[in-house]
Design a protein around this ligand. Structure first.
Ligand code: ZN
Length: 258
């Protein structure tokens, strides 16, 4: 099964994750979003993994600051065709299918503009690496793109298989689900998930990966067409919201002030 992936989190900085992508018997790792070199080097050493490639989702420092040190060993750096990613050797465009050095798994690059315009998500081996475009229970802030762009990519991600494992860039799940429960106080699945995540976080545990099925059932940013979510967004905005992007815009503003 060339698609079997072992994905190991490396907690870095305040609440970021770098993901080490390898195979069960393999000795190579693809390093996704190394925002800090030292903890990644320690994790690779303790797991006896050799870095074979770097994969970057977007240019923010907390995702790329560790690249120069990793790239100094000569390994390829894959990332969006954006000059702000250091040491980029293998520029990737939306729709490209790449097989990063060291892995046999193919990943499709999906355009997810919004948080940044260069942002890509990588989908392969039954996993989605979403960076800061989609979080467990939420989504990234809109720094560069528009609600229309965000809703368009969320609609694409929502169509991926429900069993797809979601690996995102930050441990924001608890705060995201607390907001989600404010939007949908009667969503039983969401309240159960919130309780599970509370317990995980109380023990200092990691709440990832989730699945896209979990997200579609509980993440308000994937639920713009749910009647309750739409009504609540309209109540917050103080007006009728006639488009999915309008609902997303209201939810995003609400979350920014939450
Ligand atoms: Zn970011």
């Amino acid at each position: 099964m060339p698609n079997m992936l072992t994905v190991t989190p490396v907690p870095i900085l305040t609440d970021n994750y770098t993901w080490l992508i390898s195979t069960p018997q393999g000795s190579n790792a693809v390093v996704l979003d190394p925002g800090d070199a030292a903890p990644v080097a320690r994790a690779l050493e303790s797991l006896d993994l050799k870095p074979a490639a770097v994969l970057a989702t977007h240019h923010h420092d907390d995702h790329v600051a560790g690249i120069p040190e990793l790239a100094s060993t000569g390994i390829p750096v894959y990332g969006p065709r954006d000059s702000r990613i250091p040491h980029l050797t293998n520029p990737v465009s939306a729709g490209d299918v790449i097989t990063p050095a060291g892995l046999e798994t193919e990943f499709e690059a999906i355009a997810v503009p919004g948080h940044t315009l260069d942002h890509l998500a990588y989908y392969g081996g039954g996993a989605l690496f979403s960076g800061d475009a989609l979080f467990a229970g939420g989504c990234g802030r809109l720094f560069e793109g528009t609600p229309d762009q965000m809703q368009a990519y969320l609609a694409v991600l929502r169509e991926l298989p429900a069993g797809t494992r979601l690996y995102c860039g930050h441990e924001y799940t608890l705060a995201n689900l607390e907001f989600a429960a404010t939007v949908e106080p009667d969503n039983e699945t969401l309240l159960q998930r919130l309780e599970t995540v509370r317990q995980q976080r109380a023990k200092g545990g990691i709440t990832l990966p989730s699945t896209l099925g979990d997200e579609c059932a509980t993440n308000p940013f994937l639920r713009w067409d749910n009647e309750n979510v739409k009504e609540q967004a309209e109540a917050y905005a103080g007006q009728k919201l006639d488009t999915p992007a309008g609902v997303i815009a209201a939810l995003r503003q609400w979350k920014d002030r939450f």
